[in-house]
Design a protein. Sequence first.
Length: 380
Amino acid sequence: MKYKAFQDFYKELEIKHLILHEYNGKLISPPFATELCKDYSKIAVLEGTSVSYIDLDLPPVTSKFNALAQVDDSLWLIPYGIWDKFNIIVELNNTSATYHAIDKPGKGQFYSIASNNNSACSFPLGYEGTNYIIYINKYGLQTVEYTAENVKAHMGTVWCNGRYWSMPRGDEPGYTNLLGFDGTDLETFKVPVDASITRKFTDIVPIDNKLYSLPYGETEGLTDVVEFDTDTHQFTLYPLDVPDFPKKFNTQIVVGNSIIGLPYGDEDDDNSNYGVIFNLITKQSISLDIGLNFGGKYRYRSGISVDNYGLFFPTGTPSCPIIKVYEDGTIEKKFYEDTMFGRPILYNNAVHVIGYDITTKISTVYKFNKDLTCNTIAAL
């Protein structure tokens, strides 16, 4: 099928669920809700092949939740709301929902969250007016404000060495702040890269007490892996042996001793056919030609490490295949025409993911096999 931008699907399809999370031994899916079904507010609960629902009392909002984290016995649903003001955090305890209203503005707010089981933290993406951190621990929910005169400042959040961390994204030039938060103090570290490049980084891979981040970059110019030592607070940059192109790597996973990233790509360019394999021991890299040189927003945004390979899903882009990548660079592909996949999760030692059929308009939970075939678990 011809490429379409992900936001077009937001406006044209009724996608009620995209995200999976494990809670109390079951798979649950919070309400996502695209523009045509923005009043949808149900949590789907999967137990085996049976599906039940928990009704939530929420206003009509497009793309309600994109990030979930468990702290002690509660599961917290963090607001996204790409085009709507949505300042309600939902705390789910078993099947009972508690609503926490935050008296702060913002749209397109929190894209991801990290948890160490005793606490959780989310740094803001923030399409508009979201300059605060969400922090949750045994004492409850709090927000931490900080100054960042920049929209879409952050995306990924990880836990490492006693702190939560987030690399700078920044949709405007000048923002290079790596943030670290221990629940009390917020520290800022300037990443030594070209500050004029926008959308610098997305996610982080924590390895022992070091952080690694592959370059993204809205334009060409970012060509190094960033390593940050959380003990010494020292940055080290390692050049990638990969052609320079805009919007490089928007997801990164660890397989063996390597970080693997597949290209995201810009819709106006046709040179984003290279993934990367970066060896954490030698600090050397090799390029990986995936054979798809057309651009396109949201090609490879979701990946998961399984056994001795990585599995990448073309979240939001049904015209691209699922790609399996081994550490030696061997790849396998499989197309699922007209199916939009969400973010995968490892559940009961198998990869599970929601797929939305853009023809039948049905959302289905699938379990994937090693040969990239899948089994239907349940329709939502």
